[in-house]
Design a protein around this ligand. Structure first.
Ligand code: DC
Length: 218
């Protein structure tokens, strides 16, 4: 079974999905982290995009949810490195490349076959898992999202002003929702959760309750 939460950057989907996974004791898949991993690899490789795409299939990218979502690339633990502002600044551009989307989609489809997952991303309910048992679309106004992301970065000791964070989120929204292949989009059958009007606990419990209803009526 798979449950998906899509939504724009900073809408609260990752922290919500992680909390739901903990509460229900199911697996969590952070698809944005995988796009970040490919972006990290690209920035490190210093190759042209076309050479990079040719070598992408030989990258050994794996992940594990063990309290946190951990990402390993060619035996290197890159869980923290993928949150670097340099990766954030380039990830939407790299994620828009069809070659990259195909690589990540194959990886995700293979991974979720044998367990119960909650996954978060941009196009999971529309393009990657159109038959997901539950689809949520999380929204919040731009300022709320920028404030949250700014606080998150500050708590990790990363220096970025609020206005820089706001500008970056705006730019990522634009690229993510207008790209040709599988843009950020609400699925027709998704349930909208507005995280600017709910407390964190309320939004987690709302989703947990809906999933439990499905599990108990199956
Ligand atoms: O969730 P995040 O902010 O860590 O995601 C990083 C980027 O990855 C985001 O700007 C767009 C891209 N992404 C995507 O294109 N499709 C997904 N399913 C998930 C993320």
């Amino acid at each position: 079974m798979i449950v998906v939460i899509d939504g724009p950057a900073g809408s609260g989907k990752s922290s919500t999905a992680r909390a739901v996974a903990h509460e229900l004791n199911i697996q969590y898949l952070d698809s944005g982290a995988l796009y970040r991993a490919v972006t990290y690899l690209f920035l490190k490789s210093e190759q042209s995009l076309s050479t990079f795409f040719e070598s992408l299939n030989s990258a050994r990218l794996s992940f594990e949810f063990d309290n946190e979502f951990q990402v390993t690339l060619n035996e290197e633990d890159i869980t923290s490195a993928i949150r670097d502002p340099k990766v954030s600044a380039h990830v939407s551009t790299i994620a828009a490349m069809p070659e990259v989307r195909e690589f990540i989609n194959t990886l995700m489809n293979n991974a979720v076959q044998y367990d119960v997952y909650i996954a978060d991303g941009r196009d999971l309910g529309t393009a990657v898992f159109p038959n997901a048992e539950y689809k949520f679309f999380m929204i919040a106004d731009l300022e709320t999202r920028a404030k949250r992301r700014h606080e998150e970065l500050s708590s990790k000791g990363l220096q970025m002003s609020y206005s820089e964070v706001l500008a970056e989120i705006k730019q990522r929204d634009q690229i993510d929702s207008t790209r040709e292949k599988d843009p950020l989009k609400q699925a027709d059958d998704a349930i909208v959760v507005d995280s600017s009007t709910l407390s964190f606990d309320e939004q987690v419990q709302y989703i947990v309750t809906r999933i439990k209803e499905t599990i108990t009526t199956e």
